[in-house]
Structure formats: structure tokens, C-alpha cells
Write a protein that binds this ligand. Structure first.
Ligand code: F6P
Length: 549
């Protein structure tokens, strides 16, 4: 597909080379001195949009570095690429698809079309039809015009889906936990029977609505779990009544019908919504059922606000662009190969998992759009955990380990509880981590401190913090649907902008296919106990497992 990957412009290559040369100078990566010398760093290197504030003052950014990064964005026409994506052009050439998750959250009347192999389709018409159907269904469940087979209100919703059909809805449902719950929500992604069995044990089939959430409606784990759960429902209610407890969220309507889901219970979305970007489509049904339609609509509105910001805000104040540039400086130019996601709010516990799929499945690529190996590191390893828990587990390594691991720290200004002291301690800890990572503590400082306290000065090397470790702060006024939507859309656009910069495809995921294929003969071998044809390690494992079981 060389036509979809023209060589980078000379300007792009030149700025990239300039940035690489800059990164070779330790002073350019310095954070500590910049923070100490520039009292205006916060206003200078922070920006706001869609209700969020992005603070880059604890990175190595200075005016010269920012100018180079913005020049890179311009040379690579990053915002142009995002506009083409949002206009519905095919931006996923290996699957000949558009990536129009933005259409899924656009307001009615947006008139967005999607380019397909067969020409242009009316994306907004499909979004609006299915969104109206889903809304009517959700409201019907809430006002009990849609009930269980025995005519009582549904009490629980069970979402069966994996990857993007699980992580986004699970994250949003949990993040909005302080909204009065309408239905209790449970999520099962894994094919591991322990999780499914434990979940079913805690649910009453007579009061549970089951959503089979799968874009493809072929994902092995989801289909196996769906069959188990359908049998669970049928066992309790009978086959006919079980159907009244099932709905499907999918881009493959035919497969859902073949599974036995009633057509009026199938909520569809377009092929041009990628799995990991599908929260905004009918895949978000569990959020709406659990937290209310208004919450789901608020989520979409926040994401839309970020969409508008992303393509209209000036570069220097454009949150997704600034975040993409800072992350690219870290991952590709400085070579920091991991990136921590530290939400200081336990309601965002699933944010790191959602972000892992978004970043690592989108941009964990080693060839460019034309299939040529890239010559620089692409997406880093993303990991994380809410603070302050993370401080008592892995932050030791981030402060004193041999690797520099930049962190994104998410803070919510106003909590949804009355425990003011808890919240202040939480915020103080987050800010302290940023300060400690950036400023560190020199050996001389550690020695002086030990001497002042009458402690052993020989411990100074162990109490030294190198500092110069960047962190990026993202502030939300509250964790409400609107700001959550804006936060997730910020990351989606950041990922797309980085892909455009790296000239890779953020919207395919061929890397998951080989394992899926290899699982098939292994399933057979485990079932029959016959390892013929397997590689020696797999054959040995099959024999061992048969012996141990
Ligand atoms: O295997 C990877 C993947 O395709 C993800 O991209 C996707 O989110 C997940 O599987 C689930 O896919 P589906 O929604 O089609 O079941």
C-alpha cells in the first residue's frame, strides 16, 4: 500500500533529526533545573480544553523544545490527519476501513459519512437510528415498560464481552459509580470459568438482563461465555423466556440473529467503529443501563467537546496534540520505554487497563503504513494503578530504578464524598509524587538531611533520588460523565496523532491473530489428549497438563 504512505516530508525528517540531536544533550532532558528556575512554568506549559487542564510543567519542555515539537506536528500535518479521520476517510488501509468512533458520539444531524470499499455510507444515519433504539430500550428497562420474562423489573445487567467490548463500558460504569445505580452491572470478559461461575453465582437469572457485546460476534471467549449464560438462563426460565433476557451489541447483526437474539434486541454499530474505540456506540449499553441514559449522553457530550477542541484549538493550546508530542518525545526520542498511568481516584481503577488496549493495541506496531520497519520505538509499555496504592508498590522503581518512566497523573479536584481530609491527603500525595520525580534529592542533600537528623550519612546513596523524571498532570474538575468522556477522547486523539506522526496504522490489530489461530489445534489437543503435530514445548505442556489434572 505505498500510496497510503508517502515518504515523510523533508521538514518532518529534519525536525525529527533535530529533536534526536537535542535529546542527546542531558540538559535538554533536565526537568529539575527548569522547574527551579522558571516560576512561570505552570501557566506557560499548561493548557485547557473541554473542561480539562493538561499540565506539562513537570516535563523537560522549554520554549525551544516546544517549538521543535510543534514544528514536527506541522510538518507531519497531524491535525490534517485527524480531520481526515473524522471526515470518515479510510485511515485503516490494511482493513480498508474508516475509524469513525467520533461519528458514534456526534450529535444528531452531524451528517458524517464513512468511506468504504464500496463508496461512501451515511454513518450518521446508522448512529442516529441505533442510538434512538438503544435509548428507547434503556428507558423502557428503567421505567419497567420492558421487564423480565415474568413481568418484574430487571435488577442486574451482565455484559459479556472482551477487549473493547468490556474495558470501556466497565471503566465508565465504575468511574460513574457515584451516580445512583439503576441496574447493578457485572462484566465478564475472560473465558476463565472461575470468573464466569462466580459472577453467575451472584446473579438471579430471573432478574438479569444479559448483553452479548461483540463487534464481530465471533470472538471465541465471548461466544463460549454467551452459550454458557444462555444455558444458565434457559435452565432457570425455559428457552423461550430466556430470549427476553438477552440483547446483542454488535456490528454483525446476522451472526447475532443466528445466535438466537431477537432482531429488536440487536443494537448495531458500523464496521468503521474499532473495537477499542467502541464505548460510544451501542457497546456502551451497560453504562446507560447501569447509570442512566443521561449519564451515557453526558459521556458522549464530553467526548464530542474534546473532538471539537482537538481539531479547532490552536496547536499551542491543543490538549491531544500537546499530549501526543510530549509522549512521543518520551517514547521515541528519549527512548523511555514504559509509561505509567496513575489516576488518583479509585473510581478510575480500570483506566490503566483501558489505556493499555487503546495505546498498545493501536500503536504497538513495528512497520509503517507501507509495511516497512520503522526505525524508532513506537508505543511504550503502559501500566498503572490508582494512587496512592501505586506509591506503596511500584513507585519505588520509578523514583530510584535504573529506567526513567514518565507518568500521567490524573487528578479530580472535587470528590463525590464528604471525607475532606481523605481527599486533601490524596491530592497532596499526587502532587508530591510529581515533585519528587522531577526534583529528586541529590546525594549531598541526602547526606545533609541525615546529618541534621543524627542519622547515618553513609545511607545517603540509598536516599538519593536522581530526579529529572517527567510527569504529566491531567486535572478534571469532577469525575462526572462529561469530563470522563473528555478524558477518554483526549487519549483516543493522542493515540491517533502519534500514529500519524509515526506513520503507522493505529486502527488494525493483526498482532492478536496468530495466538488466536494457534489456540485452535491446542484446544483440540487438550480435549483429546493427543498432541500430534504440535511443537515440542506445546506437546510437552499438553502431556503435563493431562497428567496433572
Ligand atoms: O482480539 C482483539 C480484539 O479484536 C479487540 O480489538 C477487540 O476489542 C476484542 O478483540 C473483542 O472483539 P469483539 O468485540 O469483536 O468481540
Amino acid at each position: 500500500m505505498p500510496d497510503s504512505a508517502p515518504p515523510p516530508s523533508t521538514a518532518h525528517a529534519e525536525v525529527w533529526a533535530r529533536l534526536a540531536a537535542r535529546a542527546a544533550d542531558p540538559a535538554a532532558r533536565n526537568v529539575r533545573e527548569k522547574l527551579r528556575r522558571d516560576a512561570n512554568r505552570f501557566p506557560r506549559f499548561s493548557a485547557s480544553g473541554a473542561g480539562l487542564v493538561l499540565d506539562l510543567s513537570r516535563t523537560a519542555l522549554d520554549e525551544a523544545l516546544l517549538a521543535d515539537l510543534l514544528a514536527l506536528a506541522k510538518a507531519a500535518d497531524l491535525i490534517g490527519a485527524l480531520k481526515r479521520q473524522m471526515r470518515g476517510e479510510i485511515v485503516n488501509p490494511t482493513e480498508r476501513r474508516a475509524a469513525l468512533h467520533t461519528a458514534a458520539r456526534a450529535p444528531d444531524g452531524a451528517g458524517i459519512r464513512a468511506e468504504t470499499s464500496d463508496g461512501w455510507q451515511d454513518a450518521s444515519a446508522l448512529v442516529e437510528r441505533e442510538r434512538a433504539r438503544l435509548r428507547a430500550f434503556v428507558i423502557g428497562v428503567h421505567d419497567s415498560t420492558i421487564t423480565t420474562a415474568s413481568g418484574v423489573p430487571f435488577a442486574s445487567v451482565l455484559n459479556l464481552g472482551i477487549g473493547g467490548s468490556d474495558l470501556g463500558p466497565a471503566l465508565a460504569t465504575e468511574a460513574l459509580a457515584t451516580i445512583r445505580p439503576r441496574l447493578a452491572a457485572r462484566f465478564v470478559g475472560n473465558v476463565d470459568g472461575h470468573g464466569l461461575a462466580a459472577t453467575l453465582a451472584g446473579l438471579d437469572p430471573a432478574r438479569t438482563l444479559v448483553l452479548v457485546a461483540s463487534k464481530s460476534f465471533t470472538t471465541r471467549e465471548t461466544m463460549v461465555n454467551a452459550r454458557v449464560v444462555r444455558a444458565w438462563l434457559s435452565g432457570a426460565l425455559g428457552e423461550e423466556k430466556a430470549a427476553l433476557h438477552l440483547a446483542a451489541l454488535t456490528a454483525n447483526r446476522a451472526a447475532a440473529e443466528a445466535f438466537g437474539i431477537a432482531p429488536e434486541r440487536i443494537f448495531a454499530f458500523g464496521e468503521w467503529v474499532g473495537g477499542r474505540y467502541s464505548l460510544w456506540s451501542s457497546i456502551g449499553a451497560a453504562v446507560a443501563l447501569a447509570r442512566g441514559w443521561d449519564a451515557f449522553a453526558g459521556l458522549l457530550a464530553g467526548a464530542q467537546a474534546m473532538d471539537t477542541h482537538a481539531i479547532s484549538a490552536p496547536a499551542r493550546r491543543n490538549l491531544p496534540l500537546l499530549l501526543a508530542l510530549a509522549h512521543t518525545w518520551h517514547a521515541s526520542i528519549c527512548g523511555y520505554r514504559a509509561s505509567a498511568c496513575l489516576p488518583y481516584d479509585s473510581r478510575l481503577a480500570r483506566l490503566p487497563a483501558w489505556l493499555q488496549q487503546l495505546e498498545m493495541e493501536s500503536n504497538g506496531k513495528r512497520v509503517d503504513l507501507a509495511g516497512r520497519p520503522v526505525s524508532f520505538p513506537t508505543a511504550p509499555v503502559v501500566f498503572g494503578e490508582p494512587g496512592t496504592n501505586a506509591q506503596h508498590s511500584f513507585l519505588q522503581l520509578m523514583h530510584q530504578g535504573t529506567d526513567i518512566i514518565p507518568a500521567d497523573i490524573v487528578l479530580i479536584a472535587r470528590p463525590d464524598h464528604d471525607l475532606a481530609e481523605n481527599h486533601q491527603i490524596l491530592l497532596a500525595n499526587a502532587l508530591a509524587q510529581g515533585a519528587a520525580l522531577a526534583l529528586g534529592q541529590s546525594e549531598a542533600e541526602a547526606r545533609a538531611e541525615a546529618e541534621a537528623k543524627g542519622e547515618d550519612p553513609e545511607l545517603a546513596p540509598h536516599r538519593t533520588f536522581p530526579g529529572d523524571r517527567p510527569s504529566i498532570f491531567i486535572y478534571l474538575p469532577r469525575l462526572d460523565p462529561f469530563h470522563l468522556g473528555a478524558l477518554l477522547a483526549l487519549y483516543e486523539h493522542k493515540v491517533a496523532l502519534q500514529a500519524a506522526l509515526w506513520r503507522i496504522n493505529a486502527f488494525d490489530q493483526w498482532g492478536v491473530e496468530l495466538g488466536k489461530r494457534l489456540a485452535q489445534p491446542l484446544e483440540r489437543a487438550l480435549a483429546t489428549g493427543d498432541p500430534a503435530g504440535l511443537d515440542p514445548a506445546s506437546a510437552g505442556a499438553v502431556r503435563l497438563l493431562a497428567g496433572l489434572a
